[in-house]
Design a protein around this ligand. Structure first.
Ligand SMILES: Nc1ncnc2c1ncn2[C@@H]1O[C@H](COP(=O)(O)OP(=O)(O)OP(=O)(O)O)[C@@H](O)[C@H]1O
Ligand SMILES: [Mg+2]
Length: 167
């Protein structure tokens, strides 16, 4: 298995709108087959980030919290497979055919990605979201990943974020 990338990136936001903006920036860089793994406690901002990704992909429907549905799919510039594994049961992943979605024609974004079996999470962009201990609306996004594709995405996102930090 590839080693974790060294060139990790940290981006902080101070409102839900800024988090959606980060999602839109990421969406513009995504390509078919990309896997984005999100980690972070309840209410950290995973779905908010996915809403921005959906906006950036110009999907037909906005992203929502999947609640009891493990998988939501939205057609945009690319097909977005939005998975929320919070309530994952033993047979669920096989039932929805996750193996075929990952690395397929669309992009796969996973909330509670720590519940994805390691065998399914190969090359990927990892985003861990942390609450700021001092400030309610501040979130810290730690981006890293595995594989050459994640390295490229991180480089492009860093460039984009340096050029347009606030928008
Ligand atoms: N900087 C921020 N970025 C994102 N959300 C923020 C921020 N500041 C405050 N919030 C609020 O935090 C909440 C984040 O909710 P969200 O559903 O995105 O979290 P989640 O990580 O998907 O939670 P869950 O684990 O329940 O799925 C929202 O109510 C949002 O308004
Ligand atoms: Mg969520």
């Amino acid at each position: 298995m590839a080693r974790p990338l060294q060139h990790a990136l940290r981006i902080s936001t101070s409102s839900p709108e800024q988090t959606r903006t980060l999602g839109r920036k990421l969406a513009h860089l995504l390509a078919p087959g990309d896997l984005v793994c999100l980690r972070g406690d309840l209410g950290a901002g995973k779905t908010t980030l996915v809403q921005g990704i959906a906006e950036g992909l110009e999907t037909d429907q906005p992203a929502t919290s999947p609640s009891f549905t493990l998988l939501h799919q939205h057609q945009g510039r690319l097909l977005l497979h939005h998975l929320d594994l919070y309530r994952l049961g033993p047979a669920d992943l096989a039932d929805i055919g996750v193996e075929d979605l990952i690395g397929g024609e669309g992009v796969v974004v996973v909330e509670w990605a720590e519940r994805l079996p390691p065998a399914l999470a190969g090359d990927r962009l990892d985003i861990a979201i942390e609450f700021d201990p001092a400030c309610d609306e501040v979130r810290h996004f730690h981006l890293s990943g595995r594989g050459a594709r994640a390295g490229l995405l991180l480089d492009q996102l860093r460039e984009e974020n340096d050029a347009h930090p606030g928008d």
